[in-house]
Design a protein around this ligand. Structure first.
Ligand code: GLA
Length: 345
C-alpha cells in the first residue's frame, strides 16, 4: 500500500484524516547472530520494508488499536495501558506505551491508531521490532518526550521483555531505530556505540529468502538459549571474571572451556565466542572490499548456528546448503533468531 492508500484506509476506518504518519523498518542481520544478549557486536541492516502507523487524537479517552494486517481490533481506556493482554498483537504497541507511562509521561487524551506493515510476520525480519519502534517514535512525538533513537530502541526492547515475554537483545530495535539507507549498523551491544558502515555492492545483491517455516520466538527455545549462555558465564566465572561470553577470545575460551560442565552450554558458548570473531573479521572484510571472505564467514556462521547453537532446522539448513551450491552465491546463512524464518545470501 502507498501512503495515499493508507490515508484513505485511515479515513474509512475512523471517519477522519490522520494527523500524523510514522514509519519504522524491519531488519536483516548480515552476521553476528545470538550475540547481542551476549555483549558482543552485531551487523544488521534496516530494510525498506517496515511498519507504518497513522494517528489522530480522539475525544473519547480511549486508545483504539487497529491493524490492516490483523483481524483483531482492541480499544483500551486510558487506565488500561499498563498490563499485557492475553495473546494479542496489541501487546507490542501497548508494551511501548506502558514504558512511556512507566517513565512518568501521562497520557490524558485518546488516540486512534492504524498500523500497516509489509515485513512478513514470523519471517525473522523483525516485524515485531518495527511495530515497537514505530509506536515508540509516534508516542515520543505525541507526548513530546524527546528521547533519542537509542532510547526508543531500548523502550521497544523493554516492551518485548515485559509484554511479549521474550528476553531478546537490543539488535532488532536498534537496527530499526538507527539504520540508514545503503549502510549496515556495526553495533556494540554492550556499550551501544555504533558505526554506520557503507554497503556498496557493485554487481552483487543481498538476497533474503523466506523458508515460510515460521520462526517462533515465543516458543521458549530463544529464552532457553539466553539461559544456557548465562549458565556458561557463571561457570566460567569460577576461573575468570567476566560479564559476557563476548569478552573472551577464541584462544582464551579454549583454555578454560572445560569448566563448563554441561556439554550443551559449552557448545552454545563456543558459537558465541566464534561468532564474535567472525563478525569482527566480516566488518573488516567489507570495509576492505573483500566480499569473498565476507561470504566464507557467513557460511561458517550458519554452520556454527546449526551445529553448536542448534537454532537452524531442516528448512533453513536446506535453503543455505542449496544456496552454497549455486554459482555466483558468495555466502549464505540463516538470519535472525532462527527456528525457521529467512536466510540472507
Ligand atoms: C532475535 C532477537 C535479537 C537477536 C536475534 C539473534 O531476532 O530479537 O535480539 O538475539 O534473535 O541474533
Amino acid at each position: 500500500m502507498n501512503l495515499h492508500e493508507l490515508k484513505l484506509a485511515f479515513e474509512a476506518t475512523y471517519g477522519k484524516a490522520p494527523e500524523a504518519v510514522y514509519f519504522a523498518p524491519g531488519r536483516v542481520n548480515l552476521i553476528g547472530e545470538h550475540i547481542d544478549y551476549n555483549g558482543g557486536s552485531v551487523f544488521p541492516c534496516a530494510l525498506s520494508f517496515g511498519t507504518y502507523l497513522l494517528v489522530a487524537e480522539n475525544n473519547e479517552s480511549v486508545i483504539n488499536f487497529k491493524s490492516l494486517n490483523q483481524t483483531e481490533s482492541v480499544a483500551l481506556s486510558l487506565h488500561q495501558l499498563t498490563c499485557p493482554l492475553d495473546k494479542s498483537w496489541v501487546n507490542y504497541p501497548l508494551g511501548v506505551i506502558a514504558q512511556f507511562i512507566k517513565s512518568s509521561y501521562e497520557i490524558n487524551e485518546g488516540f486512534d491508531l492504524l498500523f500497516w506493515g509489509n515485513v512478513p510476520n514470523g519471517a525473522g525480519l523483525s516485524s515485531s521490532a518495527a511495530l515497537e519502534v514505530v509506536t515508540a517514535y509516534a508516542f515520543n512525538d505525541l507526548l513530546g518526550a524527546g528521547f533519542d533513537r537509542t532510547a526508543l530502541a531500548q523502550i521497544g526492547q523493554e516492551a518485548e521483555h515485559e509484554f511479549a515475554y521474550v528476553s531478546c537483545g537490543i539488535m532488532d530495535q536498534f537496527a530499526s531505530a538507527n539504520g540508514a539507507k545503503d549502510h549496515a549498523v556495526h553495533l556494540n551491544c554492550d556499550t551501544l556505540e555504533f558505526e554506520l558502515v557503507p554497503v556498496k555492492l557493485e554487481g552483487v545483491k543481498i538476497l533474503i529468502s523466506n523458508t515460510h517455516s515460521p520462526h517462533k520466538l515465543d516458543s521458549g527455545a530463544y529464552n532457553q538459549r539466553v539461559t544456557e549462555c548465562k549458565k556458561a558465564v557463571e561457570q566460567l566465572n569460577t576461573v575468570r571474571t567476566l560479564k559476557y561470553l563476548a569478552e573472551l577470545t577464541e584462544a582464551e575460551f579454549k583454555s578454560i572451556e572445560s569448566v563448563i560442565t554441561d556439554p550443551v552450554a559449552q557448545k552454545r558458548a563456543r558459537h558465541v565466542v566464534g561468532e564474535v570473531q567472525r563478525t569482527s573479521d566480516a566488518v573488516k572484510a567489507l570495509k576492505a572490499g573483500d566480499l569473498t571472505l565476507f561470504g566464507q564467514l557467513m557460511n561458517a556462521s550458519h554452520v556454527s548456528l546449526r551445529d553448536d547453537y542448534e537454532v537452524t532446522g531442516t528448512e533453513l539448513d536446506c535453503m543455505a546448503s542449496e544456496a552454497w551450491k549455486i554459482d555466483g552465491v558468495i555466502g549464505s546463512r540463516m538470519t535472525g533468531g532462527g527456528f525457521g524464518g529467512c536466510t540472507v545470501s
